[in-house]
Design a protein around this ligand. Structure first.
Ligand code: PRP
Length: 183
């Protein structure tokens, strides 16, 4: 199976590789401006945020420090329960640091809401969220997000870090899967 085969499983491409690269570059520039002269720690949420973090970090023309967290939601299916367990914590002491959490998608908002509060309790100078995608219709609680790539409809999307049963993360585009993939 090559990359072309992977792309054939998409029924609809929402964002092409070029669009994603351009938007990630814009977000990086916004962050650079906002954090000019300030120390900056980007916290990527494994595993989906690997792609956006890698591309965003390389779009910066300033120094940027990166750290990672892995979390798991209790509960079943594809929906978050809002109860979060830390599988891998930060290696960095964020006290007094300016933190930007980087994720690829906000769905219900429960994961990032919990994470923002968790990191906020560690005495950082500031905590903001950057997400490539957000589903406004799926949000279950208000969550302040400073940097958003795009708002999208409440559809299941894959690619650029987003998976279906751990596959399709390595697609360069983002899209919806063809029905035959589920059957
Ligand atoms: C995704 C995404 C967010 C979370 C958002 O991670 O990276 O962390 O879901 O969902 P929510 O807004 O409903 O809480 P996922 O649990 O799919 O793990 P992954 O990054 O390893 O794929």
């Amino acid at each position: 199976m090559d990359a072309a085969d992977l792309e054939q499983d998409l029924v609809n491409v929402l964002f092409t590789e070029k669009q994603i690269q351009d938007r990630v570059g814009e977000l990086a520039r916004d962050i650079e401006v906002d954090y000019s002269g300030k120390d900056l720690l980007m916290v990527g949420i494994l595993r989906g945020a690997v792609m956006v973090m890698a591309d965003m970090a390389r779009s910066f023309s300033r120094h940027v420090e990166m750290d990672w967290m892995a979390v798991s939601s209790y509960g079943s299916g594809t929906k978050s329960s809002g109860v979060v367990r830390i599988l891998k914590d930060l290696d960095t002491d964020i006290s007094g640091r300016h933190v930007v959490i980087v994720d690829e998608i906000i769905d219900t908002g429960l994961t990032l809401s919990w994470l923002t509060s968790n990191l906020g309790s560690r005495s950082p100078a500031s905590v903001e969220i950057c997400t490539l995608l957000r589903k406004p219709e799926a949000l279950q609680m208000p969550i302040e997000v400073k940097y958003v790539g795009w708002d999208i409809p409440n559809e299941f999307v894959v690619g650029y870090g987003l998976d279906y049963r751990e596959k399709y993360r390595n697609l360069r585009d983002i899209g919806t899967l063809a029905p035959h993939v589920y059957s």
